[in-house]
Design a binder for this molecule. Structure first.
Ligand code: RBZ
Ligand code: NIO
Length: 351
């Protein structure tokens, strides 16, 4: 609990003076004011995060992929069996998954961590061991994990940032693997948003209509049985969350504490972002929403976080794929503010 408390206490607001100077510089560049749209917002937000008017390109890009399993899969909420979680982790380690391809494209390193895959520990080279327990408990019957386990998983995510990222300037992305994890993500969204499970439940890996109705009913039952307190982020996480969601909340908090921008992937990462924001409201200032997932609740999630997605490609995969695709857009924003000529430099007339 000490590490979590310290980390939250270390999160400062972005540097307002750097933001102001960055906005002035953006307006001095050879383009009509504001004409690069949200790229300009990204540039000045990064200035505020780095604490300098002209943000630097990242020296390091890291995609954090956390894997965990979910007891609630016993209720039949996913189209795929639980063994796909370790099978996909093996695929990540071999470099054959979508996240490997898109991270290579972005020039990012993929970090793969086991925070709670079901079964015995996997002795695979390259797999980072931060196991809290072999999967959550079925949260229809009681809490997914204890409060202590939730804290342990968050702290594992914080430590990953410290161990895997050298420091400023860097870009970090959030990714995950865990069959069944759209179910806790919808549950978290329903609780924090005071929304009905039907509104926020989607098809995940591709369940049919009958299972979709069943999945929403499972989430409704879990909320009824556990009665998570929406004003207590740890309570929500422990009762209806997941280990990789907790770990990603830790990654987000760790980035915010170290003044690193963190690029949030899709629906599951969004649930982790809601948890992080509820534990430390300022952490939101360090988040960038990469894309809008096709999972229907994602739009509501981003509205609650007041974040606008950069891309909308009808993707619904997770793993960090949307975040990897957004990395070059953040780098483009940094290049614009660094490399464009000003009106004065280029001898271009202003109004
Ligand atoms: C082969 C395969 C690769 C994946 N990569 C990410 N997910 C995604 O799907 C899962 C969530 O959906 P649900 O809640 O319906 O199980 C997570 O593992 C998520 O990362 C995958 C799913 C599958 C099947
Ligand atoms: O948006 C996501 O992250 C997502 C959606 C469906 C299944 N897995 C991941």
């Amino acid at each position: 609990m000490e590490l979590l408390k310290q980390t939250i206490a270390q999160i400062d607001p972005p540097d307002q003076q750097a933001i102001k100077s960055a906005r002035e510089r953006l307006d001095s560049l050879t383009k009509p004011p504001g004409s690069l749209g949200r790229l300009e917002e990204i540039a000045y937000r990064l200035a505020g995060i780095q604490g300098q008017a002209i943000p630097e390109l990242p020296r390091e890009k890291v995609m954090m992929v956390l894997a965990g399993d979910h007891g609630v899969v016993a209720e039949g909420v996913s189209a795929f069996p639980q063994e796909v979680t370790p099978q996909m982790v093996a695929n990540f380690l071999r470099g054959g998954a979508a996240i490997n391809v898109l991270s290579r494209q972005a020039g990012a390193r993929v970090v793969v961590a086991d925070i709670g895959i079901a079964g015995p520990p996997l002795p695979w080279p390259g797999l980072i061991d931060c196991r809290v327990k072999p999967g959550t408990d079925n949260f229809v019957l009681g809490p997914a994990m204890s409060r202590t386990e939730a804290v342990q998983a968050i702290e594992a995510g914080i430590k990953l940032v410290y161990q895997q990222v050298q420091g400023q300037p860097a870009l970090v992305g959030t990714g995950e693997m865990g069959i069944g994890n759209t179910t806790p993500s919808s549950a978290i969204l329903a609780v924090f948003g005071g929304l009905s499970p039907r509104e926020v439940t989607g098809r995940g890996t591709g369940i049919d209509d009958a299972r979709l109705v069943h999945k929403a009913a499972v989430i409704a039952r879990a909320i009824e049985v556990n009665r998570p307190d929406p004003n207590d982020g740890l309570d929500v996480l422990a009762k209806v969350g997941g280990l990789e969601i907790a770990g990603l909340a830790g990654v987000i908090l760790g980035c915010a504490a170290r003044r690193l921008p963190v690029v949030i992937d899709g629906f599951i990462s969004g649930a982790a972002a809601l948890v992080a924001r509820s534990l430390a409201p300022l952490s939101r200032e360090y988040m960038f929403a990469s894309h809008l997932s096709n999972e229907p609740g994602h739009r509501l999630m981003l509205e609650m976080l007041d974040l606008k997605p950069m891309l909308q490609l009808d993707m619904r995969l997770g793993e960090g794929t949307g975040a990897a695709l957004a990395f070059p857009l953040l780098e483009a924003a940094i290049r614009v503010i660094n490399e464009m000529a000003t009106f004065a430099e280029a001898g271009v007339s202003q109004v």
